[in-house]
Design a protein around this ligand. Sequence first.
Ligand code: PEP
Ligand code: MN
Length: 357
Amino acid sequence: MIVVLRYGATDEEVQQVCKMLEEAGYKSAVWRGVERTVIGAIGVIDEELKTRLIEQIQSLPFVENAIRILKPYKLVSREWKQETTLISVRDKIIGGEHLIIMAGPCSVESREQILETAKGVAQHGADILRGGAFKPRTSPHTFQGLGYEGLKLLKEASEATGLPIITEVMDTRDVEIVSEYADILQIGTRNMQNFSLLREAGQSGKPVLLKRGMSSTIEEWLQAAEYICIEGNPNVILCERGIRTFETYTRNTLDISAIVAAKQLSHLPVVADPSHGTGRRDMVIPMALAAIAAGADGLILEVHPNPAKALSDGAQSLTIQQFGELMQRLEPIAAAVNRKLYNLPSKFELLTAAERH
Ligand code: PEP
Ligand code: MN
């Protein structure tokens, strides 16, 4: 339920409503905006009691309205909060005017590989370094990631470039250690409905990037995000990464309309992953541009210094040079939808010392 108070409601009046809600068994949260104050209530209470409570609250002179949220997700819904949530990661904001570009290899493979990639993507204007240390591989016979060693290498690459880190956590037992290294926890498509993991990530207090399950509806995805928020962590970034369809030409079908839908239904920032969304390097740039044109707040992209040698997802990884090309092509698309890039280098800055003479 949401209670909207009239302009100028006093602290005592806010407290009175919170008390009524809490006595009925709800948990309440207060947002004081410039224009008005809103109180949100969540909890499971008896239907009759709820109807009576709504009537009582609506009859208070300082209450404008009390509204039920009928959707199965509440905290993440636009009804609950109208303004897009802004998530701070060091000196950057996700969900605001600037797009956030996360780039790096599918997996951290070696010190040289992650350092070279981190420096390359930083030079071309990435905001955040991605890289998997714990990898959810379909076959147990393939490279499973460097684990804790990978986290340490990510930290070194972060220190060398100043880029914050996003990395996947697969197991509730690792949330604490991954949180020590990561600026953003990634929850992968295969774990979107691992409810214990969602709750644990919520309790970590770290920003969480929640990928859409490959066979999940938009409503299921938003309910998964609700599990994180209900633990008191509102810093969730939704990530559309492609879904399973009958099509086999691409690895997944990047559901661009889901970006639009998620932004309509939820106040959480939404980013796109055109790497997993297509599985094909030749489609990553066009789909990245399309996602931004459709309103995504950023991108997460796989980039490898030598994709042919990658231990995972080489076929969908951009080279560092292709990533640079994407960044340059992104700028006019971003401008067309009134967005900016934080770190886009000028073409002059990208010239080598020899080329500048
Ligand atoms: C990844 O980002 O490398 C990854 C495994 O993503 P997804 O969970 O979307 O498959
Ligand atoms: Mn991958």
